[in-house]
Design a protein around this ligand. Sequence first.
Ligand code: FES
Ligand SMILES: [Fe+2]
Length: 365
Amino acid sequence: MSDLKTIVRDTQSYINLPLLYEHWYVAGLSEDFSREPLGRTLLEKSIVFYRTEAGDLVALQNRCLHRSFPLAESKLKGDNIVCGYHGIEYSPEGEINNVPCQTQCPSGKLRKYPTKEAGPFVFIWMGNPENADESKLPNLDYLENPNYLSFHGVKYLEGNYLLMQENLNDLTHFTFLHANTFGADNKLLDDSFLKLPLEYPEINGVTGCYRILNNAEVLKAELSPEQQAAVGDSELVNKNGGITHSPGVWLGSNVLQVKTPAPGQPESYNMYINHYLTPEKHNSCHYWYSVTADYLAPDPDVIALMQQLFSTAFEEDVYAVKHMQHLLSEDTTDYKEINIAGDKAGVQIRRKILEWAKEENPTVT
Ligand code: FES
Ligand SMILES: [Fe+2]
């Protein structure tokens, strides 16, 4: 069943929606891909990645057109890839350039996937290549600013990616699931956090969720002495939350807004906390994240401490997703769920995911 009412009330039906191909996803870190062919399964498609001699990234179907030998188990010859079974040679465009045991090349072409490198990440368009519109990519320019504190990491989810999308759109779990990490010694994340006013802005037809802390002067201590002087006596407002950009990209932010900035001084101090979810198969998912603070210098010691905290906290989400998926898959007895106030943004995302599913699947009603 995939009608809206069922999707909103029933997580099993929700995560059974078909995977969504007409979107950009992260394929990996730029540093993952080299002159050594690498196979990776994304949205149930096996893909081979390699770089040309000039360093350009190539992403082709990882299946030789002759007898399905994986091209990731093959060798490069210049910019071409030569199947390790009977030696058929393919160009970076996926065309057959040579068949060693005959003079003529048969017709046929490997599927080629559009890619785009952004900061430390490689994005891939999983749908019809003609629809690969780069304007649909998130703006991640801040990931490339060497003056900002920035780090990234990788995890793996033993569960459907939508369970994690929903986790990201729900701020109420911070106080409980992350009690020992983000919540440890943090008075801002005790029960009072759950009572803060919420904003649900709509951007490109998607609803985000942000908790608002007015009079956030307590957070001034996180700024440098120079930044604190620049803030002066201005009132501060903290907005913490995020929004689904696309099925596989969630853009989070923790922003300290200066209500009355002095002339020439920053209007806000921003931390961007993004999550990139790329289904491997239906119920498993590649998971990358990035954290960037535009008001902190890239101090390696601070980065190491923050990386440790964020990695441990995100592992708590990985743990939750794994166990929810296990119960949803393995034990269907006593299955009845309720929705609560903290689900508002998550429910909106269920609507949007269903809308996207209908757009590319005539069978989804
Ligand atoms: S399987 Fe690739 S050339 Fe035969
Ligand atoms: Fe979380």
